[in-house]
Write a protein that binds this ligand. Structure first.
Ligand code: SF4
Ligand code: FES
Length: 322
């Protein structure tokens, strides 16, 4: 395979291991030299480590914990650990994944109590925090993502989050009016945007709807009626997009401002509490700390709250997004 140029080599995808190559992952880290800017290649640490992966199992009726002992290089991702276990020890183990490199958002689980992506978490990232047993072997505990009901083993039902995102209509709702210039109308449906306008929402476009922020949010996990951080980010991506129609923006903000029987509140609001839109957020910032895409989720929620206050009175609440 042709060598990737240095600026792309760091994004090289290491495919999930096959059973035959299970304990022999080699990778290189390419980092620019701080002084010269030239790339230097550092061999990855291939020293072997033995860990026990303790997995919360669930078959639809009963739940239990099961331990799997593996010996792999310390830089092995936990996704590759699970693939190894599934291929060599227990084919019944169920977990979800697709891309293997932090783009699809399908493998969020709780790792030693912290929501993270399996594919972006190496054994060496968590081993130092893991419980050390008497025999010196670390235990890494994997459990389903908090806040979501388990379907089987590490697979959870993400539909409540996806429904919340969908209800806020996460797509551009432009007015379809032609943009004009000082010299007249532009004769195409093209929505020009200044880089500063892009900057206002660009970071939010990186969301992969993994649900890590929701699993990290104690308010969401508690089942408090709350639109949730992931849906707030999805809505914010268009609220702060200058191409979205002003009336559409006002409707999105009104929807997040909550109204009686507001349909965007969580499915977990069945506890009878009043719906509350975005307002249950207390700015605890666990969502920002844990987001694998580096999104300042809490900051986006705070900006949405400010926009809601400015928007109040500009649109009838019940004309909010469905
Ligand atoms: S904001 Fe971050 S943590 Fe939350 S769903 Fe999007 S990518 Fe995942
Ligand atoms: S497998 Fe796609 S984000 Fe981890």
């Amino acid at each position: 395979m042709a060598a990737l140029p240095p600026h792309r080599a760091q994004f090289r995808h290491t495919a999930p291991m096959s059973a035959k190559s299970s304990v022999d992952i080699t990778a290189t880290a390419v980092a620019p030299d701080a002084v010269t800017g030239a790339s230097t290649v550092t061999p990855a640490d291939t020293s072997q480590t033995t860990v026990i992966v303790r997995i919360h199992r669930f078959d639809g009726h009963a739940s239990w914990q099961q331990d799997y002992r593996i010996t792999v290089p310390a830089h092995t991702s936990l996704l590759d650990c699970l693939l190894l276990i599934k291929r060599t020890q227990d084919p019944s183990l169920a977990f979800r994944y697709s891309c293997g490199h932090g783009m699809c958002g399908s493998d969020a689980v709780s790792i030693d109590g912290i929501p993270r992506l399996l594919c972006l978490t190496k054994i060496s990232d968590v081993q130092k925090d893991a419980e050390a047993q008497a025999n010196g072997i670390s235990v890494i505990t994997l459990a389903p993502l908090p806040a979501f009901s388990p379907v089987r083993d590490l697979i959870v039902n993400l539909n409540p989050m996806l429904d919340q995102i969908r209800r806020l209509e996460p797509y551009l709702r432009a007015s379809d009016a032609l943009r004009t210039t000082p010299s007249g109308a532009i004769n195409v449906f093209e929505y020009l945007q200044h880089p500063d306008e892009l900057e206002a929402f660009d970071q939010l476009t990186n969301c992969i709807a993994c649900g890590v922020c929701e699993g990290a949010c104690p308010i969401y996990v508690d089942g408090t009626p709350f639109v949730g951080p992931a849906a707030a980010v999805a809505a914010g991506r268009f609220i702060f997009d200058s191409r979205d129609d002003p009336q559409s923006r006002a409707q999105r903000l009104a929807a997040l401002d909550h109204t009686a029987n507001d349909p965007i509140d969580t499915a977990s609001s069945s506890n009878g509490a009043a719906p509350a839109g975005i307002w249950p957020c207390k700015g605890l910032r666990f969502c920002t700390q844990r987001c694998p895409r580096g999104i300042d989720v809490s900051g986006a929620i705070w900006k949405i709250m400010q926009a809601i206050k400015e928007n109040r009175g500009r649109v009838a609440p019940h004309s909010a997004v469905k």
